[in-house]
Design a protein around this ligand. Structure first.
Ligand SMILES: C[S@@+](CC[C@H](N)C(=O)[O-])C[C@H]1O[C@@H](n2cnc3c(N)ncnc32)[C@H](O)[C@@H]1O
Length: 218
């Protein structure tokens, strides 16, 4: 038995994935591909871009969610930092792993007020609220202080152009053998260049289509 596969979390996640799937994206669909890619790479327009997408879940897939749970379980993670909460789907998978690892602390952050409200509702419904600290605001500020002394897992799933900045903010807290999981890092070439250079203390590989999985060496 696991927290992920039993009530209350399992039926909650089923419902949330169904809602995420049903939510259509008129903004994304209407946006030309070049414009979408430019905004994803932009270091200045990310606030505007994500506020235009504030109705969208943009969640990890059920498979990626399960993978997050497995990675957190097999590394016996107790401290996790997440950049990009949205409605809380990835957060809930990671917090379930903390519960099944015997407890811990997950810091996650989101700047869209309506998403924060919904994420808080889902977190409460999951019964995992004692494990989750949701910081409200821009991650460049919310993750610039009061981080766990050591971080076992870092999930990067917010504005792609900020991945390198968020890694810089958290890097000295990453424990040796910490995992960094970055979603859609192709839009973040400076981040990829950093983690793919072993001289910077990482070994890294693209994984499962849209993830870059990196191991902190020391
Ligand atoms: C891809 S979604 C996250 C999906 C979530 N991890 C999940 O699987 O359910 C990215 C989220 O990051 C948020 N975000 C983007 N840049 C941010 C920033 N600088 N600070 C805080 N939140 C940010 C967006 O508002 C959006 O909700």
């Amino acid at each position: 038995m696991t927290t992920l596969t039993t009530a209350p979390l399992a039926p909650l996640l089923d419902r949330l994935f169904t809602q995420a799937e049903a939510a259509r994206s008129p903004v994304m669909a209407a946006m030309p591909r070049e414009e979408r890619e430019r905004l994803l790479r932009s270091r200045t327009d990310y606030l505007d871009f994500y506020s235009r997408l504030n109705d969208l879940w943009l969640a990890v897939s059920p498979e990626t969610g399960r993978l997050l749970y497995m990675l957190a379980r097999c590394t016996n993670a107790h401290t996790i930092v997440e950049f990009g909460t949205s409605f809380g789907i990835s957060t809930l998978h990671l917090a379930a792993a903390l519960r099944d690892n015997g407890g811990g602390h997950l810091v996650t952050t989101e700047f869209e007020p309506s998403k924060i409200t919904r994420a808080r509702q889902h977190i409460t419904e999951s019964g995992l609220q004692d494990l989750i600290e949701l910081r409200e605001g821009d991650a460049l500020e919310t993750l610039s202080h009061s981080l766990p002394e050591t971080i076992d897992i870092l999930l990067l799933d917010g504005a792609k152009s900020l991945y390198k900045d968020i890694l810089t903010l958290t890097e000295k807290h990453l424990r040796p053998k910490a995992l960094i999981i970055a979603d859609n890092a192709d839009f973040s070439p400076d981040y990829l260049a950093h983690v793919r250079n072993t001289e910077n203390g990482y070994i890294s590989v693209p994984f499962a289509d849209d993830i870059e999985l990196s191991l902190r060496l020391a």
